[in-house]
Design a protein around this ligand. Structure first.
Ligand SMILES: [Mn+2]
Length: 320
């Protein structure tokens, strides 16, 4: 039995269905979760979405206010996890609920997905989980403008606006079909990329001042400390454009953007400008994960030591 047949037959029998998105949610996972919820509704199935917390402002601008669950004592018949490479990407509360689900389904696109569901549909290396959902349900459900908008936005954000190596002719075909259903979708990218406040501007400026280059300009590193965020009343997401700025510097093959989340706890965002440099390999060595050209990890402890370890691993990947 193929994955979709299995999923649909389980859903038909299920009295309760839960969708799960990963912690530190990005556009792709929230858009995937909401699109899947609406797709299921089209075939008469109600579901709830479990998340770590309310999505960030940038995501809210695209999806609007929606209902999420954050914990539950209930046992669900079917659990579907989207955009999650590994079961540990679920927050503690979501994980408890997911583990109790009688049947567990996984829909994802990460190269390094661990097939942690009872049934797994993983299109490794595809642009986004949203694209996976598009191809999976395309022949079963008639997508409407709202579903198309969600799928398009999640895909657009997860593939660096169609610039990553994960984008192929199929991705563009999917985008083309979706865009017919939501012709004005670009306005959301204006609100996500175009609008910034003083806090955002100031913290980005601080990040620029911190930039150092290594290995003859092939590696660029930016660092934002807790006090930088506090000084400008900014959040980590206010510095989110640094990776793309650094990737645009001539000669830079990979960038490392570091933000101090809590005292001596560093969230690291890795990007590479060529698929020859696989930053997900680096992330894995520090228990992180992601994609070939975009990955992330968390480090604890002394920054100097952490940075040194990161540069050493990056060099290994760079000269492979
Ligand atoms: Mn994704």
């Amino acid at each position: 039995m193929n994955f979709l047949t299995r999923l649909l037959s389980s859903l038909k029998k299920a009295k309760s269905v839960a969708i799960f998105v990963h912690k530190d949610s990005d556009h792709d996972c929230i858009c995937s979760g909401l699109a899947l919820q609406k797709i299921l509704l089209k075939i008469g199935i109600k579901s709830v979405i479990f998340a770590e917390k309310e999505p960030s402002e940038g995501i809210l601008r695209v999806v609007g206010k929606q209902k999420y669950e954050f914990s539950s004592q209930k046992t669900f018949d079917v659990g579907i996890c989207v955009d999650c490479a590994d079961i540990n990407r679920l927050c503690e509360e979501c994980l408890k609920v997911f583990l109790r689900c009688k049947e567990k389904f996984v829909i994802d696109h990460h190269q390094d997905n661990t097939n942690f569901g009872d049934y797994n549909h993983v299109c490794r290396g595809m642009s986004s989980c949203c694209e996976v959902l598009y191809w999976l349900f395309k022949s079963k459900v008639k997508f409407d403008g709202e579903i198309a908008k969600l799928l398009y936005c999640g895909m657009y954000m997860d593939c660096g606006a169609f610039t990553y190596s994960s984008v192929d002719a199929k991705t563009h075909k999917c985008a083309s079909e979706l865009k017919k259903l939501c012709p004005d979708v670009n306005k959301y990218f204006y609100v996500v990329f175009g609008v910034s406040g003083e806090e955002n501007f100031s913290v980005t400026k601080r990040a620029f001042d911190s930039v150092k280059f290594y290995e003859n300009g092939q590696i660029a590193v930016s660092i934002l400390r807790k006090q930088d965020f506090e000084e400008f009343n900014a959040k980590r997401s206010d510095g989110k454009f640094m990776p793309s700025y650094l990737q645009n510097v001539r000669g830079v093959k990979m960038s490392i953007c570091i933000s101090e989340d809590a005292t001596n706890e560093w969230r690291v965002s890795l990007r590479s400008s060529t698929s020859d440099v696989n930053v997900s390999n680096i992330a894995h060595r520090f228990n992180g994960g992601g994609h070939i050209q975009a990955a992330g990890l968390t480090l604890k402890g002394d920054l100097k030591k952490a940075l040194h370890a990161l540069i050493m691993e990056s060099k290994k990947e760079l000269y492979k």
